[in-house]
Design a protein around this ligand. Structure first.
Ligand SMILES: *Cc1c(COP(=O)(O)O)cnc(C)c1O
Length: 461
Protein backbone atom coordinates (compact mmCIF):
# COMPACT_ATOMS: atom_id res chain seq x y z
CA UNK A 1 0.00 0.00 0.00
CA UNK A 2 2.71 2.40 1.09
CA UNK A 3 4.65 1.48 -2.04
CA UNK A 4 1.71 2.14 -4.33
CA UNK A 5 1.16 5.54 -2.74
CA UNK A 6 4.83 6.41 -3.04
CA UNK A 7 4.73 5.43 -6.69
CA UNK A 8 1.69 7.60 -7.33
CA UNK A 9 3.36 10.49 -5.55
CA UNK A 10 6.47 10.06 -7.68
CA UNK A 11 4.39 9.97 -10.83
CA UNK A 12 2.59 13.16 -9.79
CA UNK A 13 5.86 14.88 -8.92
CA UNK A 14 7.43 14.10 -12.27
CA UNK A 15 4.29 15.12 -14.19
CA UNK A 16 4.05 18.38 -12.26
CA UNK A 17 7.71 19.11 -12.88
CA UNK A 18 7.43 18.52 -16.63
CA UNK A 19 4.18 20.53 -16.69
CA UNK A 20 5.90 23.45 -14.97
CA UNK A 21 8.85 23.29 -17.37
CA UNK A 22 7.04 22.89 -20.71
CA UNK A 23 3.30 23.56 -20.59
CA UNK A 24 1.90 27.10 -20.84
CA UNK A 25 -1.68 26.79 -19.59
CA UNK A 26 -4.67 28.77 -20.89
CA UNK A 27 -6.05 31.61 -18.73
CA UNK A 28 -3.37 30.96 -16.12
CA UNK A 29 -0.89 32.88 -14.00
CA UNK A 30 1.99 30.55 -14.80
CA UNK A 31 4.14 31.51 -11.82
CA UNK A 32 1.31 31.04 -9.35
CA UNK A 33 0.45 27.70 -10.92
CA UNK A 34 4.05 26.50 -10.76
CA UNK A 35 4.09 27.28 -7.03
CA UNK A 36 0.86 25.42 -6.35
CA UNK A 37 1.42 22.54 -8.79
CA UNK A 38 -1.19 21.36 -11.26
CA UNK A 39 -4.02 18.98 -10.39
CA UNK A 40 -3.44 16.12 -12.81
CA UNK A 41 -6.66 14.41 -13.87
CA UNK A 42 -6.15 10.93 -15.22
CA UNK A 43 -9.49 9.32 -15.95
CA UNK A 44 -13.25 9.79 -15.75
CA UNK A 45 -16.48 7.85 -15.74
CA UNK A 46 -20.07 9.12 -15.64
CA UNK A 47 -19.99 12.31 -13.56
CA UNK A 48 -16.75 11.50 -11.72
CA UNK A 49 -13.07 12.31 -12.28
CA UNK A 50 -10.00 10.72 -10.73
CA UNK A 51 -6.64 12.45 -10.34
CA UNK A 52 -3.25 10.77 -10.47
CA UNK A 53 -3.28 10.25 -6.70
CA UNK A 54 -6.57 8.38 -7.02
CA UNK A 55 -8.74 11.15 -5.49
CA UNK A 56 -12.31 10.96 -6.76
CA UNK A 57 -14.04 14.20 -7.70
CA UNK A 58 -17.68 14.84 -8.58
CA UNK A 59 -17.54 17.01 -11.72
CA UNK A 60 -19.93 19.89 -11.13
CA UNK A 61 -18.67 21.64 -14.30
CA UNK A 62 -19.02 18.92 -16.97
CA UNK A 63 -15.36 19.46 -17.82
CA UNK A 64 -15.74 23.05 -18.98
CA UNK A 65 -19.51 23.32 -19.57
CA UNK A 66 -19.29 20.66 -22.24
CA UNK A 67 -19.46 16.98 -21.23
CA UNK A 68 -23.27 16.91 -21.50
CA UNK A 69 -23.62 13.13 -21.84
CA UNK A 70 -21.04 12.37 -19.12
CA UNK A 71 -17.73 10.56 -19.35
CA UNK A 72 -16.95 7.02 -20.46
CA UNK A 73 -19.35 6.71 -23.39
CA UNK A 74 -18.09 3.65 -25.24
CA UNK A 75 -20.44 4.26 -28.17
CA UNK A 76 -18.76 7.61 -28.90
CA UNK A 77 -15.36 5.93 -28.68
CA UNK A 78 -16.58 3.27 -31.14
CA UNK A 79 -18.10 5.79 -33.56
CA UNK A 80 -14.87 7.79 -33.54
CA UNK A 81 -12.67 4.70 -33.98
CA UNK A 82 -14.77 3.48 -36.88
CA UNK A 83 -14.64 6.87 -38.59
CA UNK A 84 -10.88 7.08 -38.07
CA UNK A 85 -10.44 3.77 -39.84
CA UNK A 86 -12.74 4.65 -42.70
CA UNK A 87 -11.82 8.28 -43.32
CA UNK A 88 -9.77 10.01 -40.59
CA UNK A 89 -9.67 13.27 -42.48
CA UNK A 90 -10.79 14.87 -45.63
CA UNK A 91 -11.50 18.51 -46.34
CA UNK A 92 -14.79 20.04 -47.38
CA UNK A 93 -13.25 22.64 -49.71
CA UNK A 94 -12.85 22.34 -53.50
CA UNK A 95 -16.17 20.72 -54.37
CA UNK A 96 -15.66 17.94 -51.77
CA UNK A 97 -17.80 16.66 -48.94
CA UNK A 98 -18.10 13.53 -46.80
CA UNK A 99 -20.96 11.58 -45.20
CA UNK A 100 -20.45 12.46 -41.48
CA UNK A 101 -20.46 16.23 -42.06
CA UNK A 102 -23.42 16.04 -44.44
CA UNK A 103 -25.39 13.91 -42.01
CA UNK A 104 -24.50 16.16 -39.07
CA UNK A 105 -25.54 19.35 -40.90
CA UNK A 106 -28.88 17.74 -41.74
CA UNK A 107 -29.34 16.51 -38.15
CA UNK A 108 -28.56 19.87 -36.56
CA UNK A 109 -30.91 21.60 -39.00
CA UNK A 110 -33.67 19.26 -37.83
CA UNK A 111 -33.04 20.13 -34.15
CA UNK A 112 -32.55 23.88 -34.60
CA UNK A 113 -35.38 26.45 -34.69
CA UNK A 114 -37.49 25.94 -37.85
CA UNK A 115 -36.16 28.98 -39.68
CA UNK A 116 -32.56 27.72 -39.40
CA UNK A 117 -31.54 25.02 -41.85
CA UNK A 118 -27.82 25.45 -42.58
CA UNK A 119 -24.62 24.88 -40.62
CA UNK A 120 -21.08 26.22 -41.09
CA UNK A 121 -18.60 23.99 -39.24
CA UNK A 122 -15.55 25.11 -37.26
CA UNK A 123 -13.21 23.66 -34.66
CA UNK A 124 -14.32 25.69 -31.61
CA UNK A 125 -16.62 28.31 -30.19
CA UNK A 126 -14.06 31.04 -30.81
CA UNK A 127 -13.69 30.12 -34.48
CA UNK A 128 -17.48 30.10 -34.72
CA UNK A 129 -17.73 33.67 -33.49
CA UNK A 130 -14.95 34.70 -35.89
CA UNK A 131 -17.10 33.12 -38.56
CA UNK A 132 -20.11 35.12 -37.35
CA UNK A 133 -18.20 38.38 -37.58
CA UNK A 134 -17.14 37.63 -41.14
CA UNK A 135 -20.50 36.22 -42.17
CA UNK A 136 -22.59 39.18 -40.99
CA UNK A 137 -20.28 41.62 -42.76
CA UNK A 138 -20.42 39.52 -45.91
CA UNK A 139 -24.21 39.43 -45.63
CA UNK A 140 -24.53 43.22 -45.51
CA UNK A 141 -22.04 43.67 -48.35
CA UNK A 142 -24.14 41.35 -50.50
CA UNK A 143 -27.29 43.20 -49.47
CA UNK A 144 -25.73 46.39 -50.84
CA UNK A 145 -25.28 47.92 -47.38
CA UNK A 146 -21.50 47.83 -46.88
CA UNK A 147 -21.60 50.49 -44.16
CA UNK A 148 -23.28 48.02 -41.81
CA UNK A 149 -20.13 46.68 -40.12
CA UNK A 150 -20.32 47.37 -36.37
CA UNK A 151 -21.25 44.61 -33.96
CA UNK A 152 -22.84 45.46 -30.63
CA UNK A 153 -21.99 43.15 -27.75
CA UNK A 154 -22.17 43.43 -23.97
CA UNK A 155 -19.78 44.05 -21.09
CA UNK A 156 -18.64 40.88 -19.33
CA UNK A 157 -19.79 38.70 -22.24
CA UNK A 158 -17.68 35.70 -23.21
CA UNK A 159 -17.43 34.85 -26.90
CA UNK A 160 -14.05 33.12 -27.03
CA UNK A 161 -10.39 33.98 -27.05
CA UNK A 162 -9.28 34.54 -30.64
CA UNK A 163 -8.82 38.19 -31.63
CA UNK A 164 -12.42 38.46 -32.86
CA UNK A 165 -13.79 36.29 -30.04
CA UNK A 166 -12.07 38.32 -27.33
CA UNK A 167 -13.13 41.56 -29.03
CA UNK A 168 -16.76 40.45 -29.23
CA UNK A 169 -16.50 39.39 -25.60
CA UNK A 170 -16.66 42.05 -22.94
CA UNK A 171 -13.99 40.84 -20.53
CA UNK A 172 -11.93 43.87 -19.51
CA UNK A 173 -9.00 41.70 -18.43
CA UNK A 174 -8.84 40.25 -21.95
CA UNK A 175 -9.22 43.63 -23.65
CA UNK A 176 -6.31 45.02 -21.65
CA UNK A 177 -3.96 42.46 -23.19
CA UNK A 178 -3.52 42.91 -26.93
CA UNK A 179 -5.21 46.26 -27.53
CA UNK A 180 -8.72 44.88 -27.87
CA UNK A 181 -11.45 45.20 -28.93
CA UNK A 182 -10.65 45.56 -32.61
CA UNK A 183 -12.42 48.47 -34.36
CA UNK A 184 -16.05 47.86 -35.20
CA UNK A 185 -17.04 46.15 -31.96
CA UNK A 186 -18.83 48.14 -29.26
CA UNK A 187 -20.34 47.11 -25.93
CA UNK A 188 -23.40 47.91 -23.81
CA UNK A 189 -24.03 47.15 -20.13
CA UNK A 190 -24.86 43.59 -19.06
CA UNK A 191 -28.22 42.60 -17.50
CA UNK A 192 -26.67 41.75 -14.11
CA UNK A 193 -29.41 42.66 -11.67
CA UNK A 194 -27.90 41.27 -8.46
CA UNK A 195 -24.63 43.16 -8.88
CA UNK A 196 -25.68 46.25 -10.82
CA UNK A 197 -29.44 46.63 -10.25
CA UNK A 198 -28.95 49.78 -8.16
CA UNK A 199 -32.14 49.41 -6.15
CA UNK A 200 -34.37 48.88 -9.20
CA UNK A 201 -36.77 45.93 -9.34
CA UNK A 202 -35.52 43.11 -11.55
CA UNK A 203 -38.25 43.94 -14.07
CA UNK A 204 -37.39 47.65 -14.28
CA UNK A 205 -33.68 46.88 -14.44
CA UNK A 206 -34.19 44.30 -17.20
CA UNK A 207 -36.01 46.89 -19.33
CA UNK A 208 -33.33 49.48 -18.70
CA UNK A 209 -30.53 47.07 -19.60
CA UNK A 210 -32.29 46.07 -22.83
CA UNK A 211 -32.95 49.68 -23.81
CA UNK A 212 -29.20 50.26 -23.82
CA UNK A 213 -29.25 48.34 -27.10
CA UNK A 214 -31.61 50.84 -28.71
CA UNK A 215 -29.56 53.76 -27.40
CA UNK A 216 -26.41 52.22 -28.88
CA UNK A 217 -28.04 51.51 -32.25
CA UNK A 218 -29.12 55.16 -32.46
CA UNK A 219 -25.69 56.37 -31.37
CA UNK A 220 -23.77 54.25 -33.92
CA UNK A 221 -26.49 54.71 -36.55
CA UNK A 222 -28.68 51.88 -37.81
CA UNK A 223 -26.90 52.09 -41.18
CA UNK A 224 -23.62 51.21 -39.48
CA UNK A 225 -24.78 48.33 -37.28
CA UNK A 226 -24.39 44.80 -38.63
CA UNK A 227 -25.45 42.72 -35.64
CA UNK A 228 -26.06 42.29 -31.94
CA UNK A 229 -24.37 39.32 -30.26
CA UNK A 230 -25.32 37.86 -26.88
CA UNK A 231 -25.33 34.71 -24.80
CA UNK A 232 -28.87 33.72 -23.70
CA UNK A 233 -27.45 33.79 -20.16
CA UNK A 234 -23.82 34.72 -19.56
CA UNK A 235 -21.73 31.68 -18.66
CA UNK A 236 -18.10 32.56 -18.00
CA UNK A 237 -19.23 35.99 -16.81
CA UNK A 238 -20.79 34.32 -13.76
CA UNK A 239 -24.02 32.61 -14.90
CA UNK A 240 -25.90 35.88 -15.24
CA UNK A 241 -29.54 35.30 -16.10
CA UNK A 242 -31.36 38.35 -17.43
CA UNK A 243 -34.55 39.47 -15.65
CA UNK A 244 -37.78 38.28 -17.30
CA UNK A 245 -38.35 41.64 -19.03
CA UNK A 246 -34.97 41.67 -20.79
CA UNK A 247 -35.37 39.35 -23.77
CA UNK A 248 -38.88 40.54 -24.75
CA UNK A 249 -37.58 44.13 -24.84
CA UNK A 250 -34.50 43.10 -26.84
CA UNK A 251 -36.84 41.33 -29.28
CA UNK A 252 -38.92 44.49 -29.66
CA UNK A 253 -35.77 46.50 -30.45
CA UNK A 254 -34.40 43.89 -32.88
CA UNK A 255 -37.72 43.88 -34.73
CA UNK A 256 -37.62 47.66 -35.08
CA UNK A 257 -34.13 47.95 -36.57
CA UNK A 258 -32.66 46.12 -39.52
CA UNK A 259 -29.78 44.36 -37.78
CA UNK A 260 -28.85 40.70 -37.38
CA UNK A 261 -29.01 38.81 -34.10
CA UNK A 262 -26.26 36.33 -33.15
CA UNK A 263 -27.13 34.09 -30.20
CA UNK A 264 -24.04 32.48 -28.68
CA UNK A 265 -25.28 29.09 -27.49
CA UNK A 266 -21.88 27.49 -26.96
CA UNK A 267 -22.92 26.67 -23.37
CA UNK A 268 -26.71 26.71 -23.63
CA UNK A 269 -26.97 24.55 -26.76
CA UNK A 270 -27.55 20.81 -26.78
CA UNK A 271 -29.80 20.54 -23.78
CA UNK A 272 -28.48 22.60 -20.90
CA UNK A 273 -31.71 24.59 -20.49
CA UNK A 274 -33.99 21.58 -20.93
CA UNK A 275 -34.47 22.49 -24.62
CA UNK A 276 -32.17 21.70 -27.53
CA UNK A 277 -31.43 25.41 -27.76
CA UNK A 278 -32.02 28.33 -25.41
CA UNK A 279 -33.56 30.15 -28.40
CA UNK A 280 -36.54 27.94 -27.68
CA UNK A 281 -36.30 28.39 -23.91
CA UNK A 282 -36.37 32.21 -24.19
CA UNK A 283 -38.51 32.32 -27.35
CA UNK A 284 -35.88 34.06 -29.47
CA UNK A 285 -35.49 34.11 -33.28
CA UNK A 286 -31.75 34.50 -33.89
CA UNK A 287 -30.26 34.86 -37.37
CA UNK A 288 -27.15 32.93 -36.33
CA UNK A 289 -26.52 30.53 -33.44
CA UNK A 290 -22.97 29.83 -32.22
CA UNK A 291 -22.41 26.22 -31.15
CA UNK A 292 -19.50 24.15 -29.77
CA UNK A 293 -18.93 22.49 -26.34
CA UNK A 294 -22.00 20.22 -25.85
CA UNK A 295 -22.12 19.61 -29.61
CA UNK A 296 -19.67 16.71 -29.13
CA UNK A 297 -19.83 16.67 -25.31
CA UNK A 298 -16.17 17.66 -25.61
CA UNK A 299 -15.04 14.18 -26.71
CA UNK A 300 -13.51 15.75 -29.84
CA UNK A 301 -13.22 19.50 -30.52
CA UNK A 302 -15.86 20.92 -32.83
CA UNK A 303 -17.89 24.07 -33.27
CA UNK A 304 -20.22 25.65 -35.77
CA UNK A 305 -22.67 28.35 -36.70
CA UNK A 306 -26.28 27.50 -37.36
CA UNK A 307 -27.45 29.84 -40.11
CA UNK A 308 -31.01 31.07 -40.63
CA UNK A 309 -32.66 30.84 -44.04
CA UNK A 310 -32.59 34.64 -44.23
CA UNK A 311 -28.79 34.72 -44.04
CA UNK A 312 -28.16 31.45 -45.90
CA UNK A 313 -30.26 32.61 -48.86
CA UNK A 314 -27.94 35.58 -49.27
CA UNK A 315 -24.64 33.77 -48.59
CA UNK A 316 -25.59 30.87 -50.88
CA UNK A 317 -26.97 32.93 -53.75
CA UNK A 318 -25.10 33.49 -57.02
CA UNK A 319 -22.46 35.75 -55.45
CA UNK A 320 -19.14 33.95 -55.73
CA UNK A 321 -16.97 32.58 -52.98
CA UNK A 322 -17.29 33.28 -49.24
CA UNK A 323 -13.54 33.42 -48.61
CA UNK A 324 -13.63 31.80 -45.19
CA UNK A 325 -13.10 28.32 -43.74
CA UNK A 326 -10.86 26.06 -41.72
CA UNK A 327 -8.85 22.96 -42.56
CA UNK A 328 -10.93 21.14 -39.99
CA UNK A 329 -14.35 22.58 -40.93
CA UNK A 330 -16.67 19.59 -40.61
CA UNK A 331 -13.86 17.22 -39.57
CA UNK A 332 -15.21 13.68 -40.17
CA UNK A 333 -14.08 12.28 -36.80
CA UNK A 334 -15.55 15.22 -34.88
CA UNK A 335 -18.75 14.95 -36.91
CA UNK A 336 -18.98 11.24 -36.06
CA UNK A 337 -18.58 12.09 -32.36
CA UNK A 338 -21.25 14.79 -32.60
CA UNK A 339 -23.70 12.45 -34.35
CA UNK A 340 -23.27 9.77 -31.69
CA UNK A 341 -23.50 12.38 -28.92
CA UNK A 342 -26.80 13.62 -30.35
CA UNK A 343 -28.03 10.04 -30.75
CA UNK A 344 -27.35 9.41 -27.04
CA UNK A 345 -29.15 12.60 -26.00
CA UNK A 346 -32.18 11.55 -28.04
CA UNK A 347 -32.18 7.88 -27.09
CA UNK A 348 -31.87 8.56 -23.36
CA UNK A 349 -34.31 11.48 -23.60
CA UNK A 350 -31.80 13.52 -21.64
CA UNK A 351 -33.34 16.85 -22.55
CA UNK A 352 -36.84 15.83 -21.51
CA UNK A 353 -35.41 14.44 -18.29
CA UNK A 354 -33.55 17.67 -17.57
CA UNK A 355 -36.64 19.76 -18.22
CA UNK A 356 -39.16 17.76 -16.23
CA UNK A 357 -37.04 16.15 -13.56
CA UNK A 358 -33.37 16.80 -12.87
CA UNK A 359 -33.21 20.56 -13.51
CA UNK A 360 -36.13 21.36 -11.18
CA UNK A 361 -34.56 19.05 -8.58
CA UNK A 362 -31.08 20.62 -8.93
CA UNK A 363 -32.48 24.16 -8.73
CA UNK A 364 -34.66 23.47 -5.70
CA UNK A 365 -31.84 21.73 -3.82
CA UNK A 366 -29.46 24.59 -4.61
CA UNK A 367 -31.98 27.14 -3.36
CA UNK A 368 -31.49 25.61 0.11
CA UNK A 369 -27.98 27.07 0.03
CA UNK A 370 -29.43 30.60 -0.24
CA UNK A 371 -29.95 30.43 3.56
CA UNK A 372 -26.23 30.11 4.16
CA UNK A 373 -24.72 33.23 5.79
CA UNK A 374 -22.13 33.54 2.98
CA UNK A 375 -24.57 33.31 0.10
CA UNK A 376 -25.97 36.49 -1.41
CA UNK A 377 -27.90 34.89 -4.26
CA UNK A 378 -28.47 31.47 -5.80
CA UNK A 379 -29.58 31.71 -9.41
CA UNK A 380 -29.95 29.16 -12.14
CA UNK A 381 -32.00 27.56 -14.87
CA UNK A 382 -31.86 24.13 -16.42
CA UNK A 383 -28.59 22.43 -15.45
CA UNK A 384 -26.61 25.58 -14.77
CA UNK A 385 -26.39 27.70 -11.63
CA UNK A 386 -24.40 30.24 -9.66
CA UNK A 387 -23.92 30.77 -5.94
CA UNK A 388 -22.75 34.31 -5.30
CA UNK A 389 -20.74 34.73 -2.10
CA UNK A 390 -20.94 38.08 -0.29
CA UNK A 391 -19.60 39.71 2.83
CA UNK A 392 -22.97 41.14 3.85
CA UNK A 393 -26.21 39.54 2.66
CA UNK A 394 -28.46 42.49 3.58
CA UNK A 395 -26.27 45.13 1.98
CA UNK A 396 -25.22 42.82 -0.91
CA UNK A 397 -21.69 43.87 -0.08
CA UNK A 398 -18.92 42.01 -1.91
CA UNK A 399 -15.68 40.84 -0.34
CA UNK A 400 -12.45 42.63 -1.06
CA UNK A 401 -10.94 40.65 -3.93
CA UNK A 402 -7.69 40.31 -1.93
CA UNK A 403 -9.54 37.96 0.47
CA UNK A 404 -9.78 35.45 -2.39
CA UNK A 405 -13.09 34.00 -1.21
CA UNK A 406 -14.00 32.34 -4.51
CA UNK A 407 -10.60 30.71 -4.86
CA UNK A 408 -10.70 29.51 -1.26
CA UNK A 409 -14.15 28.01 -1.79
CA UNK A 410 -13.05 26.33 -5.02
CA UNK A 411 -10.13 24.70 -3.21
CA UNK A 412 -12.41 23.68 -0.33
CA UNK A 413 -14.74 22.01 -2.87
CA UNK A 414 -11.79 20.01 -4.23
CA UNK A 415 -10.88 18.99 -0.68
CA UNK A 416 -14.41 17.61 -0.28
CA UNK A 417 -14.34 15.89 -3.67
CA UNK A 418 -16.27 18.37 -5.81
CA UNK A 419 -15.33 20.48 -8.83
CA UNK A 420 -17.02 23.89 -8.84
CA UNK A 421 -15.57 26.79 -10.75
CA UNK A 422 -15.20 30.27 -9.28
CA UNK A 423 -15.74 33.46 -11.24
CA UNK A 424 -14.56 36.10 -8.78
CA UNK A 425 -16.57 35.22 -5.67
CA UNK A 426 -19.34 33.48 -7.60
CA UNK A 427 -19.35 29.68 -7.55
CA UNK A 428 -20.49 28.06 -10.79
CA UNK A 429 -22.23 24.75 -11.40
CA UNK A 430 -22.84 23.26 -14.85
CA UNK A 431 -22.84 19.46 -14.45
CA UNK A 432 -23.32 16.70 -17.02
CA UNK A 433 -26.97 16.46 -18.07
CA UNK A 434 -26.92 12.83 -16.95
CA UNK A 435 -26.61 13.75 -13.28
CA UNK A 436 -29.05 11.79 -11.09
CA UNK A 437 -30.92 12.85 -7.94
CA UNK A 438 -28.40 10.98 -5.77
CA UNK A 439 -25.50 12.70 -7.48
CA UNK A 440 -27.24 16.08 -7.10
CA UNK A 441 -27.66 15.34 -3.38
CA UNK A 442 -23.96 14.54 -3.18
CA UNK A 443 -23.12 17.79 -5.00
CA UNK A 444 -25.23 19.88 -2.59
CA UNK A 445 -23.81 18.09 0.48
CA UNK A 446 -20.24 18.67 -0.67
CA UNK A 447 -20.93 22.28 -1.63
CA UNK A 448 -22.37 22.84 1.85
CA UNK A 449 -19.20 21.52 3.49
CA UNK A 450 -17.10 23.79 1.27
CA UNK A 451 -19.30 26.81 2.09
CA UNK A 452 -18.92 26.07 5.82
CA UNK A 453 -15.14 25.88 5.48
CA UNK A 454 -15.15 29.12 3.53
CA UNK A 455 -17.31 30.82 6.16
CA UNK A 456 -14.86 29.76 8.84
CA UNK A 457 -12.01 31.13 6.72
CA UNK A 458 -13.58 34.57 6.25
CA UNK A 459 -14.37 34.83 10.02
CA UNK A 460 -10.62 34.56 10.59
CA UNK A 461 -9.83 37.35 8.09
C1 LIG B 1 -16.53 28.57 -24.31
C2 LIG B 1 -17.28 29.63 -25.02
C3 LIG B 1 -16.84 30.14 -26.25
C4 LIG B 1 -15.51 29.77 -26.85
O1 LIG B 1 -15.44 28.44 -27.19
P1 LIG B 1 -13.97 27.78 -27.43
O2 LIG B 1 -14.32 26.41 -27.93
O3 LIG B 1 -13.29 27.79 -26.10
O4 LIG B 1 -13.28 28.59 -28.43
C5 LIG B 1 -17.64 31.06 -26.89
N1 LIG B 1 -18.80 31.44 -26.39
C6 LIG B 1 -19.25 30.99 -25.20
C7 LIG B 1 -20.58 31.45 -24.70
C8 LIG B 1 -18.50 30.08 -24.47
O5 LIG B 1 -18.92 29.66 -23.29
Amino acid sequence: MQDALTQQQQKLDSLQTADKQHFIHPFTDSKGLAEKGTRVIERAEGVYLWDVMGHKLLDGMAGLWCVNVGYGRQSIVDAVAKQMQQLPFYNSFFQCSHPPAIELAQKIASLAPKHMNNVFFTGSGSESNDTNLRMVRRYWDLKGKPSKKTIISRDNAYHGSTVAGASLGGMSGMHEQGDLPIPGVVHIAQPYWYGEGNGLSPEAFGLQAAQALETKILEVGEDNVAAFIAEPFQGAGGVIIPPSTYWPEIKRILAKYDILFILDEVISGFGRTGKWFAAEYFDLQPDLITIAKGMTSGYVPMGGVIVSDKVADVIKQDCGEFTHGFTYSGHPVAAAAALENIRIIEQEQLIERVESDTAPYLQSRLQELAEHPLVGEVRGLGMVAAIELVKDKELKQAFDSAVGVGTFCRDACIKHGLVMRSVGDTMIISPPLTMTHNEIDELVAKATLALNDTYEYVQGQ
